[in-house]
Design a binder for this molecule. Sequence first.
Ligand code: ADP
Ligand code: MG
Length: 482
Amino acid sequence: MKLDTRAIRYLTAEDWRVLVALQQCSAGGESLSDADSELAQVEVGSKNHEIVPTPLITQLSGLRGGSGVDKSISSLAKVGLIAKVKNATYDGYRLTYGGLDYLALNTYRKQSSVYSVGNQIGVGKESDIYVVADPNGTQRVLKIHRLGRISFRTVKTNRDYLRNRSSASWMYLSRLAAMKEFAFMRVLKDNGFSVPEPIAQSRHTLVMELIDAFPLRQIASIPDPALLYAELVEMIISLARHGLIHGDFNEFNILVRETRERTRTPTPTASRSRVRTPSPSLNSNPAPKSDPSPSDSALAPLSESQDVTEQFSEGDQAPINSTSSPNPNPSTQSQNVRLIPVLIDFPQMLSISHPDAQSYFDRDVSCIKRFFQRRFGFTSDTPGPFFADAVEPRQLVKRLDVEVQASGFSKKIVKELEAHLAASRLEPEDMEHPASQDEADDASSSSETSLDDDADDSPIYPEIAYLAATTHKDLTEAPPKM
Ligand code: ADP
Ligand code: MG
């Protein structure tokens, strides 16, 4: 599912009203506020009432019937924002993910949270990540949740439970995932955790601070693995002391930011930049005065790293296959570098009171242990950390899980999302960025903003070696009933 913003500036006021009307009938509805109406929307979605007959569209949009509405419907259908569905009893239209994307972007545009949309920089199991810019040219990240596009291989019960969902109810779940992620990010940021700043949330999407860093997965070597390991373990413990478990604490979800005192001439950061101006503006207005792509911006490569962890069995030393230049003088250069881990990806976060809390905590810990062992050949001498120690009443600092729940995530609402997330958590890690080459080719050829062809993968700081980049792969989408 590509985010193609080309048509957005040509939509008329009537077109937007028709889109909103369709959204009211789909489970992605923005107007929902309390638990009961949210659950009612799931019902609507699951019964396929998302297919809205034309007279109802006219009524809901508040437009006068006739050629105006018909024109809007046909132009929206032409660009794929709504889709015609022939039902047994009546013909109608439903909102597509594309239409829901536009509604979210329109909200951001009105709030001035997003002015333009740039490259896709990430594809997760069930999300797409884009670089966007605000009207001042500050780059941000837009995360679009796309639940339902993969079919899980594990957890039969959940699979059956989720299989017969309509597209509208997937939209609804995606929206819950975005809301949940935003709420957790907010509370984590407010409590001093190293996470991106959450900026805005609409429908199945959220906007957050862009972290100028590579995921840990893409790092082949670092000067002091013990130090980074200790910080990550500390982060897991600190989360637990705040009532929380990340639930997917792995090398994909930890971005490692480098800071350094500039005591020597650094490699020009621009050479690392892989993302260009988020150029397609959402407005028909002229471009903002400031350049949305500062020349010294250095973003992580679009590509995913080589999958070295899968190449050898547990316990082996990682045969690091880095094409980055070797560190010419690690002892002098490493002194000034500081690596700051930034945690991302929160829809699956869970409370320490969750019945399976201990096993998720242990899994987060073992993911990091295994990764450090395989990638950096580092094994900690210290056993643990152990769940029981971390959540001992004396150790608890604050219950952020309770705080977030009180802010609107009632048990009733979360239940459906939880069933899905339980399946997601149990998927093998290689599902995080699975893919087909076709989609990757498609992505690069259709991209409106090109990759920086001149950019190489040389690290900014030579003491940190990065893995050679491979073509980023996309998912083969299989959205149900889309
Ligand atoms: P998913 O839930 O699909 O795994 P993530 O939130 O983990 O999605 O994002 C997928 C990838 O996108 C990450 O591994 C990272 O490379 C990139 N990414 C996500 N958020 C940010 C951010 N705020 N700044 C920079 N890169 C990001
Ligand atoms: Mg992730």
